[in-house]
Design a protein around this ligand. Structure first.
Ligand code: IMJ
Length: 256
């Protein structure tokens, strides 16, 4: 029970394919007291139906691209649940045209949007949680990233730029929050068929390449990514901060 007596906030749950849901199940098995945020009050019923499978305290709708909404929700969380021990940020979005067109056609608005939702929101979450004194000493903040931050993957485009910004933000946040004992890391997950992968051209062939080339010769599941997230949220990783840890069957080490 790696998360016994820990209150963990999971941001970005959407459906049963979400990485946030994989992490939630593992965190629940490990004794965490769970709090959730999801995007859009209209999705509450669906999200709560899913969450009924595990014990949890509360679920709040939160627009992570709106600092004022993060502040409002975090204040409510502190009032309802008290201080927390960790946050999983599992939030990203780019406009579909920016994932479909060649990268060179990325619009100024599309660039700002992807970076705002996918990278800046993690900075805002860290800052607002700290300012509201929502975090216990030795809290752990975790985000999710992808190899497309570092290498060119077909169609990842502006999301690659946003994930590069997110990964760099992990390091600067780790430096800012380290003196208080707060750790900041990201898990770089292998490709998974989530809603965020739906409709992406050639996604199936990307999964096939991982099966063929990755050292473990298979793809990863949301639960396996969840295992890595739970390790990062737990005291077992207490010497680790500012890191990008790959949960990808080892795919990222290969040159060919
Ligand atoms: C996404 C696009 C292109 C290639 C991709 C992905 N590969 C993987 C993903 C190879 C693994 C999924 N991924 C890691 C993401 O971060 C996805 C982010 C995303 C997906 C969508 C699709 C629907 C939409 N906006 C999106 N914004 C971000 O409208």
């Amino acid at each position: 029970m790696l998360l016994e007596n820990k209150k963990i906030l999971i941001m970005g749950i959407r459906n049963k394919w979400s990485i946030a849901w994989g992490a939630a199940k593992v965190a629940a098995e490990n004794g965490a007291e769970l709090i959730f945020t999801f995007m859009g009050e209209e999705n509450r019923e669906k999200v709560e139906e899913l969450l009924s499978e595990i014990p949890y305290k509360k679920a709040y709708s939160c627009d992570a691209s709106d600092d004022a909404d993060i502040e409002k929700v975090f204040k409510q969380i502190k009032e309802d649940c008290g201080k927390i021990d960790g946050i999983l940020h599992s939030i990203a979005h780019a406009n579909t045209e920016d994932l479909r067109n060649d990268f060179i056609y990325t619009s100024k608005e599309g660039f700002a949007h992807a970076n705002d939702v996918s990278a800046y929101s993690f900075i805002a979450v860290a800052r607002i949680a700290k300012e509201l004194d929502l975090l216990n000493a030795d809290a752990s903040l975790v985000s999710l990233t992808y190899y497309g931050s570092t290498k060119v993957l077909p169609g990842y485009n502006v999301m690659g730029v946003a994930k590069a910004g997110l990964e760099c933000s992990v390091r600067y946040l780790a430096d800012n929050l380290g003196p208080e004992g707060i750790r900041v890391n990201a898990i770089s997950a292998g490709p998974i068929k989530t809603l965020s992968a739906k409709g992406i051209k050639d996604f199936g062939s990307i999964l096939d390449v991982v099966e063929e080339k990755a050292p473990l010769r298979r793809n990863v599941t949301t639960e396996e990514v969840g295992n890595a997230v739970v390790f990062m949220l737990s005291n077992m990783s207490r010497a680790i901060t500012g890191q990008i840890i790959y949960a990808d069957s080892g795919y990222n080490i290969m040159g060919l």
